[in-house]
Design a protein around this ligand. Structure first.
Ligand code: NIG
Ligand code: FE
Length: 412
């Protein structure tokens, strides 16, 4: 039978970590092959089961030379669009100041707000591009980017435009999240309701009108917004058609996880202080737990999120960098995986699921991304490793040797 050149490309001569539904462990296929057609995965299986000679099946045959192929990685929680840095606050923290003290003193997120308000869209785009490229070299093909350092309409929009532009100028998928409710901007001190009105009545409608965001998020904490305030922002976003997420229970247990679950949020993120009730609520609502070990490490937290409870309750756990200048200046998804294992107790397999299938789920993209399965987008990463657990094992070494987006190898 001739199926002449059915596929655009086929990869063979290596091994696949498919992470496919219903497969145990990494969903390994040793000596596997994967074919792409029109940007999607057209075939995946053992090389010996290919329905013909590879050169008769695909326009291009690529030899993996014994390497491993995984889904392209998903960094589902970043604040990578920002200006300036907070290395001065880092030094202050090393001298004994806490993250909360710095925030209450007008620094922290407000320090980055001042720098970001000064920056042009081009500046923001350029700086974020460098951060993005660093992630791409580690196999990342999808990132989420939040606003939240403007806290005024113009800057919030500018941040989101810069984020959207990343997807136009780089081979990457970008999902954007509006985080106007990050902290109260200083000009609204003592007028919290007025700022919340601005978010609900001006920012969200504008963001939605311009198609600049896919989701809405809020920071639920003592130094940020109360559960009731976050609820009203998320509801306004939801009514305007945005998906919802929540920075929950990071520095204190505010019942954020349960709130996210009640609102049908895609994810609750951080979760260091989430109670057993919060875990149960997330489990029944199907909320993804996004673990951010970079922030846990950088803030020298001693209270890890309740990973065993999430595991027992069947809550999907995603892992992300939280890339931001204050609590997680972490520009490496592989390091996030390593930290999630050592500081939070994930297995290397869970860490890889966290940056593939479950990361995709936190973005609502699990039907089309996150595993090597027929019909999903052909976003892939190629690794010079003997086993996929090595992605969580090496520190400061990047074994990624190739990235493919929409079935096309991307220039390295
Ligand atoms: O995810 N928790 C709130 N927001 C960020 C921190 C932002 C900052 O400190 O600049 C986070 O950790
Ligand atoms: Fe964050």
């Amino acid at each position: 039978m001739s199926t002449a050149l059915t596929w655009d490309r086929v990869w063979l001569g290596g091994h696949l970590a498919t992470l496919a539904a219903g497969r145990e462990g990494y969903g390994e296929i040793l000596n596997g092959a994967l074919a792409a057609r029109r940007g999607k995965i057209a075939w995946v299986g053992p090389e010996g089961d290919l329905p013909g000679r590879p050169e008769d099946l695909a326009k291009e045959v690529l030899d993996l030379q014994g390497r491993w192929l995984t889904p392209g990685l998903v960094d589902c929680h970043t604040h990578m669009v920002f200006a300036g840095d907070r290395s001065g606050e880092f030094e202050a923290r090393l001298r004994g100041a806490t993250y909360e003290e710095i925030a209450r003193g007008g620094g922290g997120i407000r320090t980055t707000m001042r720098a970001t308000r000064e920056a042009s869209e081009d500046d923001l785009f350029r700086e974020a591009s460098r951060r993005l490229v660093a992630l791409q070299t580690e196999g990342v093909t999808t990132v989420e980017v939040k606003s939240g350092y403007g806290m005024e309409t113009g800057t919030e929009l500018r941040m989101l435009r810069a984020a959207r532009r990343l997807a136009r100028d780089h081979p990457v998928r970008v999902q954007t999240t509006f985080l106007g409710a990050h902290v109260l901007p200083p000009e609204f001190e003592g007028r919290r309701e007025a700022y919340l009105d601005l978010i609900r009545e001006e920012m969200i409608p504008q963001v939605v009108k311009e198609g600049l965001a896919d989701a809405v998020d809020a920071f639920c904490d003592e130094i940020a917004f109360t559960p009731e305030e976050c609820r009203s922002v998320l509801l306004a976003g939801r009514e305007a058609g945005l998906a919802t997420r929540l920075h929950a229970d990071q520095l204190s247990d505010q019942g954020g996880a349960a709130l996210a679950a009640r609102l049908g949020a895609r994810s609750a993120d951080h979760l260091e202080r989430t109670s057993p009730e919060g875990v149960a609520a997330m489990a029944s609502a199907g909320t993804v737990a996004v673990l951010l070990p970079g922030a846990f490490y950088f803030l020298k937290e001693d209270h890890p999120p309740p990973v065993s409870r999430f595991r027992e309750a069947g809550v999907p756990m995603a892992v992300a960098t939280d890339m931001n200048p204050g609590s997680s200046p972490l520009n490496s998804i592989l390091t996030a995986m390593n930290l999630s294992c050592l500081l939070m107790g994930l297995t290397p397999e869970e860490a890889l699921r966290g940056v593939t299938v479950h990361g995709a789920r936190a973005l609502g993209l699990h039907q089309v991304l996150g595993s090597l399965e027929k019909g999903k987008m052909a976003d892939l990463a190629i690794w010079e490793v003997g086993h996929p657990r090595e992605l969580s094992y090496w520190m400061g070494r990047n074994p990624c040797v190739g990235v493919v987006k929409d079935g096309e190898p991307t220039p390295s």
